[in-house]
Design a protein around this ligand. Structure first.
Ligand SMILES: C[C@@](CO)(OP(=O)(O)O)[C@H](O)COP(=O)(O)OP(=O)(O)OC[C@H]1O[C@@H](n2ccc(N)nc2=O)[C@H](O)[C@@H]1O
Ligand SMILES: Nc1ncnc2c1ncn2[C@@H]1O[C@H](COP(=O)(O)OP(=O)(O)O)[C@@H](O)[C@H]1O
Length: 314
């Protein structure tokens, strides 16, 4: 086969706690991550010349070597030069649906899809764990985007433990098109404001991990208890991002009043989601949100929890 099409799922963070600062300069995290059906469509196609080409028509997404999908292909090429020499280079086409710079891991999911796609295109036979190790070289969220589903993520986000999936849950995601949050800015600002509360030793991190693993959110997921899950949503980034983005803070307040199971900002933001127990409820909440905030700048999507990060479409 000379062409594969993959669906790259966005993620939301049901729980995100910033625990401390790591020797590598990154933050030690405890997260519960969930793949959702809002996805980009990625096509990888063999081309006769030894190069990587990226096509993407989204104005905010670079189509050059700074694109995370390009970086993923370059990494695989560097590790497996014989495959490219034998089978030629690759053209990657990205059809964006996931809003950019939203805290939904759009770029990371595209990189994960390219890793999976090139493994197929070049018959590399890599295991899931090998693909995740490659992903960790590209970004902290890429390993989760490779496997997806529901997972606890620790370390800088790359250490994953699968949790039982809750595929029956639906959600509404909203984001003002004009609002963006840079992930490095969010971590830097959080450190400046809350660095003095960080747990400073690895034993303390492990203790905090053990508490979260046996805490309300993980128990709610394990019991597939949608009501408890909605009640224990938590994201440390809200403490800094909502102050800096009053429009998003007002959006979150409006969404929280719609009557869903719970509302939270995803990742470093600024997208906000509200959980719903059915597709019908998600559609109803989305319609209510549209009439409460009839601003053309506001993007609204409905989606559902899904059990995988990258799916092979064809
Ligand atoms: C915040 C989260 C939550 O899921 O998602 P987004 O909001 O970006 O979607 C992630 O931690 C984003 O992961 P990702 O976007 O892959 O980050 P990376 O490329 O690895 O790192 C970008 C920058 O964020 C900071 N960073 C990232 C991860 C981490 N555990 N500690 C950090 O301090 C570092 O400054 C790094 O230079
Ligand atoms: N394939 C890609 N898709 C989306 N954004 C990308 C991609 N490659 C690089 N980027 C850049 O990454 C930045 C973060 O985008 P994104 O991954 O959507 O956000 P987030 O990290 O908040 O989930 C943007 O500035 C965007 O230009």
């Amino acid at each position: 086969m000379r062409l594969y099409t993959l669906l790259a799922a966005a993620k939301i963070n049901l729980y995100l706690e910033i625990v401390g600062s790591r020797p590598d300069g990154f933050h030690e995290l405890i997260m519960v991550m969930q793949s959702v059906s809002l996805c980009d469509r990625i096509t990888v196609r063999s081309i006769g010349v030894d190069e990587i080409r990226v096509r993407c028509d989204h104005p905010l997404v670079p189509a050059d070597e700074t694109n995370l999908a390009y970086k993923a292909a370059a990494l695989v090429m560097a590790q497996f030069p014989d495959a490219m020499a034998k089978l030629g280079g690759v053209e990657i086409t990205i059809e964006k649906q996931i809003p950019v710079g939203a805290g939904l891991a759009g770029g990371s999911s595209n990189a994960a899809a390219v890793l999976v796609g090139l493994d197929l295109l070049w018959n590399l036979g890599l295991t899931r764990s090998e693909l995740q190790d490659l992903g960790a070289e590209l970004g902290s969220d890429v390993p989760f985007c490779v496997s997806g589903g529901t997972a606890i993520a620790t370390g800088r986000g790359e250490q994953l433990d699968a949790l039982p999936g809750i595929d029956s849950l639906h959600l509404v995601i909203a984001k003002y098109e004009s609002e963006f949050v840079s992930t490095p800015w969010a971590y830097k600002t959080y450190r400046a404001e809350y660095g003095d509360t960080y747990v400073t030793n690895t034993q303390g991190w492990q203790e905090r991990q053990a508490q979260v693993r046996s805490g309300e959110m993980v128990r709610a997921v394990a019991r597939r208890d949608a009501i408890a899950l909605g009640q224990h949503l938590c994201n440390d980034f809200e403490k800094i991002v909502l102050d800096a983005h009053p429009k998003t803070a007002a959006l979150k307040a409006t969404m929280a009043d719609l009557g869903g199971l719970g509302t939270l900002m995803s990742g470093s933001g600024p997208s906000v989601f509200t959980l719903a127990e059915s597709e019908a409820q998600a559609n109803e909440l989305a319609a209510k949100l549209r009439s409460a905030l009839p601003d053309p700048d506001l993007g609204i999507w409905t989606a559902q929890f899904v059990p995988s990060g990258v799916q092979i479409a064809s």
